[in-house]
Design a binder for this molecule. Structure first.
Ligand code: VG1
Ligand code: CO
Length: 543
C-alpha cells in the first residue's frame, strides 16, 4: 500500500448550502469531485494529521464507494483513527452522538437527507465539527475558500476496505474501527427516556406505525422500537435501507409519506404514527386521522418534556428556525423561558445548545432535537412523544386539542414551488425585498400589514451576523407569511412560502388548514406576485 499525491484543479460550485454540499449523484461521481471536496474539508480545518473522525452515511447509491475513497484519503492525510459504521451506515444523529461520546475531531456524513437517491438522484457530504454539530458558517466558508484554490489531493492506493465486518483494521498508520451503527445511539436513548414506561405502554396493546421510508432509520427503529421496547413486529415499515429509497422521496411529510398517512386513517388505525427522512434526523408525527404539524409538535414537546427523565426540572430555553410557527413562543412565554429565533438550518442552533441557552430546538421542516446531541434527531422525537404519551395517559389527538384550547392554534402550511428558473426566483425575491420599506400599514388580501423585514440573525453567543435569511411579513392578529429560497436543492430554485394564522384559545380550531390560511396565501400572492414570477398558479408541494 502506498500514498500518492494527485494534482487537481478547483471545481466550481463546491459551496456548502443549508446542510452540506448537495449535487446530483452523477456530479459527485465525476473524477476528482468527491476527492477535491474531502481534501478541502481536511485542509480548511487545519489538516487531518493525528485527528480522529466519525464516518458514515444514509446508505444511498454511491455511499459505500464514497466511504472507501474517504478512508483512503484520511489515511493518506495522516488521520490517527476513523470510526466507521458497519457497511458505511450511520444516521446523522448517530454520527453527532459518536463525535461527542468519543470526543473526535469531527465527522463526515454522506447524505443528501430528504432529497431522492439513486444513480439519477442526489448525493451529499456534510462535515460536522467537534461539538457534534453541522460545521458553522466560518468553517464552511473556509472549506469553500479552499475548493477555489486546491492544487492536489492525497489518497492511499489500497484495495477494498472490510467495512462489512465489525472490528478493526489499519491503513498505513490509521486505525479504522468498524462499529455497530445502532448500539451507542440506543445507549443514549436509554439514559434520556423512561423505557420502562414505554415498554408498559406497548405491553398494554398500544400500537404504532413507523415508516422508515427505505432509509437509514430502519435498523435503528427496528432494534429500539420492536426489539428493546416491545412494539409488535411489523410496527416498523419500509425498514430496509435501499440505495434509491425504494424509488421514493425520503421526506417525512404528508405528501411523500403517503403510505403512513393511509395506515393512520380509518377506525383500525394504530394509536401513533411516525416517519423519518433519508438520514434519520427528521420526524413526522401522526395520531389517528391526525397530522401534527412539526411546529405544533415542537410546542407540545416543549410543554410536556418534563415527563421524560432527561428534561425534568432541566429546561433552560427553546429555539426555533424563523419560518417555524410561533406556537412554541406561546409555550415558552407561559413557562417563563427564553425562545430564540434562528435562520433555517441546524447549524444555527449549535452555539445556543453549547452555551446551555436552549434545551429543545425545532424547525417547521420536521426537525426536532435537544441538547443530547448537536443535530436534529428523528427517532429521538418519536421516543420523546412515546414517553410523554406513556406518562400522560391522553392520546395524541386529545393532547393536541387540549393544547390549542389552552394556547390557541397556529394554523400553518408550507407551499413549495420547485425547480423554478433561478432567475425567476431571484427576481421575485429582489422585487419583494425592494418593496419591504413601504409595506407597514398597507392592506393585502384583506389583512393589515404590521411590519415586514428581511431576517438577519446576530448570534447571541459569538456575535456573528447572518443576513438576508428570508422575508417575513407580519399581519394584524398574529398571522404571518415568510418567503425564502431553499438552500438544499440541486436543480433550479425552490421557493418556499410559509403561511401562518393564529386563532386564539376560544376560537375555531377545527377549520380546514388550507381554508384557514387562504387569506394569508392571497396576501402573499399580492405582495410577491408569485404566479407572475414563477408562471405557476399553485405550489407543487403543499405540506
Ligand atoms: C431544508 C429545510 C431546513 C433543514 C434543511 C436540512 O432546507 O427547510 O429546515 O434544516 O433542509 O435538512 P432548505 O434550505 O431547503 O429550506 V436535512 O434533514 O438536510 O438534514
Ligand atoms: Co435529514
Amino acid at each position: 500500500m502506498s500514498f500518492k499525491t494527485v494534482p487537481t484543479t478547483p471545481i466550481a460550485g463546491q459551496k456548502p448550502g443549508t446542510s452540506g454540499l448537495r449535487k446530483k449523484t452523477a456530479i459527485f461521481r465525476q473524477p476528482g469531485y468527491l476527492e477535491n471536496f474531502v481534501q478541502c474539508i481536511f485542509d480548511g480545518t487545519g489538516g487531518a494529521t493525528g485527528k480522529t473522525y466519525v464516518l458514515g452515511g444514509d446508505g444511498r447509491f454511491f455511499n459505500a464507494d464514497a466511504i472507501h475513497v474517504i478512508i483512503r484519503m484520511a489515511a493518506a492525510n495522516g488521520a490517527a483513527r476513523l470510526i466507521v459504521g458497519q457497511d458505511g451506515i450511520l444516521s446523522t444523529p448517530a454520527v453527532s452522538n459518536l463525535i461527542r461520546k468519543y470526543e473526535t475531531d469531527g465527522g463526515i456524513i454522506l447524505s443528501a437527507s430528504h432529497n431522492p437517491g439513486g444513480e439519477d438522484g442526489d448525493f451529499g457530504v456534510k462535515f460536522n465539527a467537534a461539538n457534534g454539530g453541522p460545521a458553522p458558517e466560518k468553517i464552511t466558508d473556509a472549506i469553500y475558500a479552499r475548493t477555489q484554490k486546491i492544487t492536489e489531493f492525497q489518497i492511499a492506493e489500497a484495495s477494498a476496505c472490510p467495512i462489512d465486518q465489525i472490528g478493526q483494521f489499519s491503513l498505513g498508520a490509521t486505525q479504522i474501527d468498524v462499529i455497530d451503527p445502532v448500539q451507542d445511539y440506543e445507549d443514549l436513548m436509554r439514559v434520556l427516556f423512561d423505557f420502562a414506561a414505554i415498554q408498559a405502554l406497548f405491553a398494554g396493546g398500544f400500537r404504532i406505525c413507523f415508516d422508515a421510508m427505505h432509509a437509514v432509520t430502519g435498523p435503528y427503529a427496528k432494534r429500539i422500537l420492536e426489539g428493546t421496547l416491545g412494539a409488535p413486529v411489523g410496527s416498523v415499515i419500509n425498514a430496509l435501507p435501499s440505495p434509491d429509497f425504494g424509488g421514493g422521496h425520503p421526506d417525512p411529510n404528508p405528501v411523500w409519506a403517503h403510505e403512513l398517512v393511509s395506515a393512520m386513517s380509518g377506525p383500525d388505525a394504530p394509536d401513533f404514527g411516525a416517519a423519518s427522512d433519508g438520514d434519520g434526523d427528521r420526524n413526522m408525527i401522526m395520531g389517528k386521522d391526525t397530522f401534527v404539524t412539526p411546529s405544533d409538535s415542537l410546542a407540545l414537546l416543549t410543554a410536556h418534556a418534563h415527563l421524560a427523565p432527561a428534561y425534568a426540572g432541566n429546561f433552560t430555553g427553546v429555539a426555533r428556525s424563523m419560518p417555524t410557527s410561533q406556537a412554541v413562543d406561546r409555550v415558552a412565554e407561559r413557562l417563563g423561558i427564553p425562545c430564540f429565533e434562528t435562520p433555517t438550518g441546524w447549524k444555527f442552533f449549535g452555539n445556543l445548545l453549547d452555551a446551555g441557552k436552549a434545551t429543545l430546538c425545532g424547525e417547521e421542516s420536521a426537525g426536532t432535537g435537544s441538547n443530547h446531541i448537536r443535530e436534529k434527531d428523528g427517532l429521538w422525537a418519536v421516543l420523546l412523544w412515546l414517553n410523554i404519551l406513556a406518562r400522560d395517559g391522553r392520546n395524541i389527538v386529545q393532547l393536541q386539542k387540549d393544547h390549542w384550547r389552552s394556547f390557541g392554534r397556529n394554523y400553518y402550511s408550507r407551499h413549495d414551488y420547485e425547480e423554478i428558473p433561478t432567475k425567476a426566483a431571484t427576481g421575485l425575491m429582489t422585487a419583494l425585498r425592494a418593496s419591504l420599506p413601504d409595506l407597514a400599514g398597507k392592506t393585502a388580501g384583506g389583512l393589515i400589514i404590521l411590519g415586514a423585514d428581511d431576517f438577519s440573525y446576530a448570534d447571541p453567543v459569538d456575535g456573528s451576523l447572518t443576513e438576508a435569511q428570508g422575508v417575513r411579513i407580519r399581519f394584524e392578529g398574529g398571522s404571518r407569511v415568510v418567503l425564502r429560497l431553499s438552500g438544499t436543492g440541486t436543480q433550479g430554485a425552490t421557493l418556499r412560502v410559509y403561511l401562518e394564522r393564529f386563532v386564539p384559545a376560544d376560537g375555531d380550531h377545527a377549520m380546514n388548514v388550507q381554508d384557514a390560511l387562504s387569506p394569508v396565501l392571497a396576501a402573499a400572492e399580492t405582495l410577491a406576485q408569485i404566479s407572475h414570477h414563477t408562471g405557476r398558479d399553485k405550489a407543487d408541494v403543499i405540506t
